[in-house]
Design a protein around this ligand. Structure first.
Ligand SMILES: Nc1nc2c(c(=O)[nH]1)N[C@H]1C(S)=C(S)[C@@H](COP(=O)(O)O)O[C@H]1N2
Ligand SMILES: [Mo]
Length: 164
């Protein structure tokens, strides 16, 4: 009986370790496509990026989202942002895909601080807490839009693509 209990505890521990590993695996974001340094990034990769706080309207309620600028994440992967955002780069789009295969797209130019003051963020916190399970590990927040269809939850990848 006691041996069985020990075995049970061992299995439970294994399951928990596997669960944590799966969560850590899920907490990463693939950035690829037309970028110089495609890769898989996680919270640690973003540690050096400037943290931003956005106060937005969420279904008529004030909400606070915290994270990093989406362009900073794209820059980590060598996407053509900042000074490189001109001419031919204006035909590029960012395709964000979620764990449930939901997809939203953004023109690279509409994310760029040279074109707009609107800052789109990759959020990891909401109202001072980690994102809810159906949004974690990352949700894109686009301030100033009447519909929130592009507030894509559980983002797993960002792919820079050509539209020409
Ligand atoms: N991953 C994922 N993100 C998503 C969606 C979805 O189906 N899957 N729906 C979008 C749509 S259409 C809207 S209006 C908002 C709704 O978010 P809410 O349910 O948190 O209000 O999430 C957006 N983000
Ligand atoms: Mo929606």
């Amino acid at each position: 009986m006691q041996r069985l209990g020990g075995l049970g505890l061992a299995i439970l521990t294994l399951v928990m370790v596997a669960g944590v590993a799966a969560q850590q695996k899920a907490a990463s974001l693939r950035v690829d496509g037309l970028v110089d340094k495609p890769g898989t990034f996680d919270a640690k990769s973003f540690a050096g990026l400037k943290r931003l706080t956005l106060k937005v309207d969420d279904h008529g309620q004030p909400a606070v989202y915290e994270g990093v600028a989406l362009t900073d994440v794209l820059a980590l992967a060598g996407a053509p942002v900042g000074d490189r955002m001109r001419g031919a780069q204006l035909s590029l789009v960012v395709v964000a895909k979620a764990a449930d295969d939901y997809v939203a797209t953004y023109a690279l130019a509409e994310l760029d601080s040279g074109f707009t003051d609107r800052v789109v963020i990759l959020a990891d916190r909401h109202d001072g807490k980690p994102l809810a399970e159906n949004a974690a590990p990352f949700q894109i927040i686009v301030p100033g839009e009447k519909k929130h269809g592009r507030w894509i939850r559980q983002v797993v990848s960002l792919t820079v693509k050509e539209t020409r």
